[in-house]
Design a binder for this molecule. Structure first.
Ligand code: FES
Length: 163
């Protein structure tokens, strides 16, 4: 059963004190839950957060289902989000996403057999001048080629398995 860590609970309490209304703290608190829950926000995690924040779970779900940066189902350890909006699309983003899927033998939105990679196409990430680009975790990788994208992922895979 999901429970925030003591540090996660402290984080939520700090965020609750930062804003005038509890609902304003939902966004950062959902990020914390996603981080501590292996990269996604489960229904039980929502219920737990609702208890900690002392607000209805429905208020959290409204935010959760509005924003695409929260994952509603499990993802691989590396969630590769390839921007597929206009600038990136014109610079090969869709082919890039397919190349990454083929390389790791995973369908878009699913988890590779080794649990490491999920590839999703997402809307503009605000880095249109350096298209095509992708986001993994909190980092942006820009001006990608098929080769450089795989290099980035392989490097992160190595770092991830060494942790
Ligand atoms: S179109 Fe890809 S970052 Fe904006």
């Amino acid at each position: 059963m999901f429970q925030l860590s003591p540090a996660g609970i402290d984080f939520v309490k700090t965020e609750l004190n930062r804003y005038e209304t509890k609902r304003s703290a939902i966004l950062p608190c959902l990020y914390k839950v996603q981080e501590e829950n292996g990269g996604w926000v489960s229904p039980e995690a929502v219920n737990h957060l609702a208890d900690v924040m002392d607000i209805p779970a429905a208020h959290i779900n409204e935010v959760l289902y509005f924003y695409t940066m929260y994952n509603k189902k499990p993802v691989g350890r590396l969630h590769v989000q390839v921007c597929a909006t206009i600038s990136c699309a014109m610079n090969g983003a869709r082919e890039l996403a397919k190349h990454i899927c083929d390389k790791y033998q995973v369908k878009e939105g699913e988890i590779s057999d080794d649990g490491m990679v999920t590839v999703t196409k997402v809307e503009c990430l605000g880095s249109c001048g350096t298209a095509p680009m992708m986001q993994i975790g909190n980092a942006y990788y820009e001006n990608l080629t098929k080769e450089s994208a795989i290099e980035v992922i392989e490097d992160l895979k190595k770092k991830s398995t060494n942790q």
